[in-house]
Design a protein around this ligand. Structure first.
Ligand SMILES: [Ca+2]
Ligand SMILES: [Ca+2]
Ligand SMILES: [Ca+2]
Length: 265
């Protein structure tokens, strides 16, 4: 009887270690102390919804400018996939305004380490201290490519993946979509999942770097405070992220190592 109890206890311990260590999904940081192309109230409402309802990441919290810098640095090189959520404003504490830091910014290093950045409202990485100081060079510098998102009035409709993972997503006009033909032409960035698309591009969409595993995504890049941004983001994070990230090979090899160790048990 005692032996059986120990065996059950051992199995329970192994199972809990496996679920905590093998999914590779880390923490989420939400920055809405500054916003771009969205009202502060709408951003706060959506950000608070994300903080309250996202269950796929641990420790989902908001951070101020300095807190975001600390959080980004702490979650670079720590072996799991962390997600930074932005509301159209790129914190100057993680990326020097005006694209002064070509390759060594904390933001670029965070992405190159296999982490995930998701942006809504204004053109990703465009607005920072001083307004549109990064401009459309921001995304090119941070992603080391030639992508642009000039797609005014791109009427988007949910794709099959959109209907599957984010059923609350309705058709809307995206003014800053990723252009899929540009993504296809880029040797390192792939469209990992497209939740909605239109004639000019995709939004929401997550791009993945096939060399580093880093992810850059957008959802609802348009100035429209009536959109259900919080609801759609929560569905993307809770429904899609576990299917994508939990099964991907950790670029640092830690998930693989963990599985090897568990098999050894
Ligand atoms: Ca982490
Ligand atoms: Ca990390
Ligand atoms: Ca760069």
């Amino acid at each position: 009887m005692r032996k059986l109890c120990l065996a059950v206890l051992g199995a329970t311990l192994v199972a809990s270690v496996a679920s905590a260590a093998s999914d590779g999904i880390g923490q989420m940081g939400v920055f809405y102390a500054n916003v771009g192309w969205i009202g502060q109230a709408a951003a706060t409402t959506a950000g608070d919804e994300i903080i309250a309802d996202v269950t796929s990441f641990d420790e989902v919290q908001s951070y101020d400018l300095n807190g975001t810098e600390d959080w980004v640095i702490a979650n670079t090189g720590d072996g799991d996939v962390d997600c930074l959520v932005l509301f159209g404003y790129t914190p100057e504490t993680i990326y020097a305004p005006g694209n002064a830091d070509a390759d060594d910014s904390p933001l670029e290093q965070f992405i190159d380490d296999g982490n995930f950045v998701m942006n809504t409202a204004d053109y990703i990485f465009y607005v920072t201290a001083g307004g549109g100081t990064n401009g459309d060079v921001g995304v090119k510098t941070i992603m080391d490519g030639s992508l642009d998102l000039w797609t005014d009035n791109n009427g988007t409709d949910p794709t099959a993946d959109g209907a599957k993972y984010t059923p609350s997503l309705d058709s809307f006009n995206s003014n800053r979509s990723f252009k899929i033909e540009q993504v296809d032409a880029d040797p390192v960035w792939d469209a990992e999942v497209i939740f909605a698309d239109g004639a000019l591009g995709a939004d929401p969409v997550v791009l993945r770097n096939n060399e580093t595993g880093g992810r850059v995504g957008i959802w609802m890049q348009v100035s429209d405070d009536s959109l259900n941004r919080g609801e759609v983001a929560v569905e993307i994070f809770n429904n899609w992220v576990p299917t994508a990230i939990a099964t991907a090979v950790d670029p640092a090899g830690k998930a693989t190592t963990t599985w090897g160790q568990l098999k050894g048990l």
